[in-house]
Write a protein that binds this ligand. Structure first.
Ligand code: PDD
Length: 286
């Protein structure tokens, strides 16, 4: 079946879905995005993702380009036309097409909106969760506003490739003081020796992940001790467990950090339990 993309009001065959070369996303990475999990044809935590999109837009001084109700229709139609049951939805908004000039384009310039959706092999993802993944650490060389979900992802791209080159799934950024910030496209967690779930506070140095927020709720329901605080690579290496969260991977156990085993080198009980119960708490759309 051929894929379809939504581009500025039209549903186009994926292979012919294009934006102009002077789109500010292409020229300046002047835009923001969201990625939602799709489960059984329904969007997971859509409301939270759209609220974060609105926040990202406000932070880059862009108006919301269409009403949430209209946007929801587009998201559903994109899923429907691509017949996605289990997969991912991608939504990007840029400041539109205009002659290249660093300052904002003239008033009235239409933002560009692109929505794509694709299926994923859920069995494969579950298989990875059964064995866990390896991560490597890299210096965090990003700008300060990583709380905005911007499409300017070059440091993340380089970090992820560095992980791939070393046979790992993800790279964890480490700040100047030796504390883990987050992954190139995920949030980072450990279970301390004392058994507490530890993850960096959303107030500094990370994107406030929607999966992170829901996983914290699940952990609270499970009566787990939660510490929102920074942790070092050394603490992660000595931890009982490590895992990462994102819309694409949900809760994914981390079993190796920079080539060293975490715990016994197998997915831990806490990560497994959070993954198993995650979708009982996440909001499933209509
Ligand atoms: N990335 N941190 C970063 C830097 C991310 O890019 C992401 C998500 C997260 C996790 O956020 P959430 O739980 O809301 O997905 C944390 C998406 C999945 C991506 O870029 O593909």
């Amino acid at each position: 079946m051929s894929r379809v993309a939504y581009v500025n009001g039209r549903y186009l065959p994926h292979a012919r879905a294009e934006v102009h070369i002077e789109d500010r996303g292409y020229q300046f990475s002047d835009g923001v995005y969201e990625v939602c999990e799709v489960r059984g044809g329904r969007l997971v935590d859509e409301r939270k993702h759209l609220a974060r999109l609105e926040r990202s837009l406000t932070e880059i001084r862009m108006p919301v380009p269409m009403s949430p109700a209209a946007l929801r229709v587009v998201l559903r139609e994109t899923l429907r036309r691509n017949r996605v049951r289990d997969g991912l939805l991608y939504l990007q908004v840029t400041r539109g097409v205009a002659r290249r000039d660093h300052g904002f384009p003239p008033p009235g310039t239409k933002p560009s909106i692109v929505v794509t959706a694709r299926s994923i092999d859920r069995a494969k993802l579950e298989g990875q969760a059964e064995t866990g993944v390896a991560i490597v650490t890299v210096p965090d060389n990003r700008w300060e506003r990583v709380d905005i979900k911007t499409i300017a992802l070059l440091p993340n791209v380089l970090a992820r490739q560095s992980a791939r080159d070393q046979g790992a799934r993800e790279a964890w950024f480490v700040d100047r003081d030796g504390f883990v910030t987050e992954g190139s496209s995920s949030n980072a967690w450990i279970v301390s020796k004392a058994g507490a779930i530890v993850t960096r506070p959303a107030a500094g140095g990370i994107l406030k992940g929607i999966t992170r927020e829901v996983a914290l709720e699940v952990a609270t329901q499970q009566g787990l001790k939660i510490e929102e605080r920074k942790f070092t690579v050394a603490e992660a290496l000595a931890a009982r467990e490590a895992f990462l969260t994102s819309a694409t991977q949900v809760v994914m156990p981390v079993v190796r950090i920079d080539g060293s085993k975490v715990g016994d080198g197998r997915p831990g009980a806490v990560a497994r339990a959070l993954r198993a119960r995650f979708h009982d708490t996440a909001e499933l759309g209509p």
